[in-house]
Design a protein around this ligand. Structure first.
Ligand code: NDP
Length: 257
């Protein structure tokens, strides 16, 4: 436990179950004293979240529905947060989606609709929620998203999601410039492969984790808690001089040629 985020109101988007990266982040932020507000899309995720919070003795300040595919949904979520919480100091964006059939085979086979869907949910959503959240960040704040090495390199089967993550990382830089003048920072954590519901949608997940244990400097895979602590760093004043950055939490795998 620490007081790093004591009194800070932080919105966490993307807890689907106990394996979600956003759940690892929730634990780290809670242990640092943050007040947490959650958004989720599906009823199923809402029920899982409520159960997890109860089991772990974490009290949510608020839970609201938010489907990032809809401007109205984003608007109504953030206006409810404004009404019930007021000022927020942080936003965790841990949301992505692509059709399963586009996450195998050749990237050249990506459909127009599949490309646009991956971009919309996995990259544009950060732009849209930053726009909504910055109105509530009147005391400055920190926005953190989740990306993957497939943005920088060709990683087998990651295909359309790799291109969406490249767009997400470029958005981090453009958004960081936009909101820096309001004292708001925007950064990304680039995590190594972690077995989650979304990761299951990408073919050949086991190959990805075994290459980490073989080749990464630390010779071990990372977990949700390690991403949680890196996100906590970005949320806290410890990272006050950093914005527009992509931080790899991948046992050092990205430095290996
Ligand atoms: P999860 O499946 O646990 O989380 C994905 C979340 O995205 C779910 O909570 C889901 O909500 C949400 N989501 C999808 N579509 C929408 C939408 N239209 N509106 C709102 N929310 C939506 O998987 P992860 O924890 O793995 O994924 C979290 C982030 O981490 C993603 O950006 C992912 O790309 C990234 N990441 C994952 C890695 C991994 O190996 N697992 C590695 C590096 C980055 P719901 O269930 O309610 O639909």
């Amino acid at each position: 436990m620490s007081d790093l985020l004591k009194g800070k109101n932080i919105v966490v988007m993307g807890v689907a179950n106990q394996r979600s990266i956003a759940w690892g982040i929730t634990k780290s932020l809670h242990n640092a004293g943050a007040n947490l507000i959650f958004t989720n899309r599906q009823e199923r995720s809402y029920k899982k979240l409520v159960k997890l919070l109860e089991e772990n003795g974490i009290e949510a300040k608020l839970i609201v529905t938010c489907d990032v595919a809809s401007d109205e949904s984003i608007q109504s979520a953030f206006s409810e947060i404004k009404d019930k919480v007021g000022v927020i100091h942080g936003l965790v964006h841990s949301v992505a989606f692509a059709n399963k059939e586009e996450l195998k085979g050749e990237y050249a086979d990506t459909s127009r609709d599949g490309f646009l869907l991956a971009q919309e949910i996995s990259a544009y959503s950060l732009v849209a929620v930053t726009k909504a959240a910055k109105e509530l960040m009147t005391e400055g704040g920190s926005i953190v998203t989740q990306t993957y090495l497939g943005a920088e390199r060709v990683i087998k089967n990651y295909n359309v999601m790799g291109v969406a993550k490249a767009s997400l990382e470029a958005s981090v830089r453009y958004l960081a410039e936009d909101v820096g003048k309001y004292g708001i920072r925007v950064n990304a954590v680039s995590a190594g492969p972690i077995r989650t519901l979304s990761a299951k949608g990408v073919s050949g997940f086991n190959e990805k984790t075994s290459v980490i244990t073989e080749k990464a400097p630390l010779r071990r895979n990372i977990d949700q808690d390690q991403v949680g602590d890196a996100t906590l760093f970005f949320m806290s004043e410890l990272s006050r001089g950093i914005t527009g950055e992509v931080l790899h939490v991948d046992s050092g795998y990205h430095i290996i040629g």
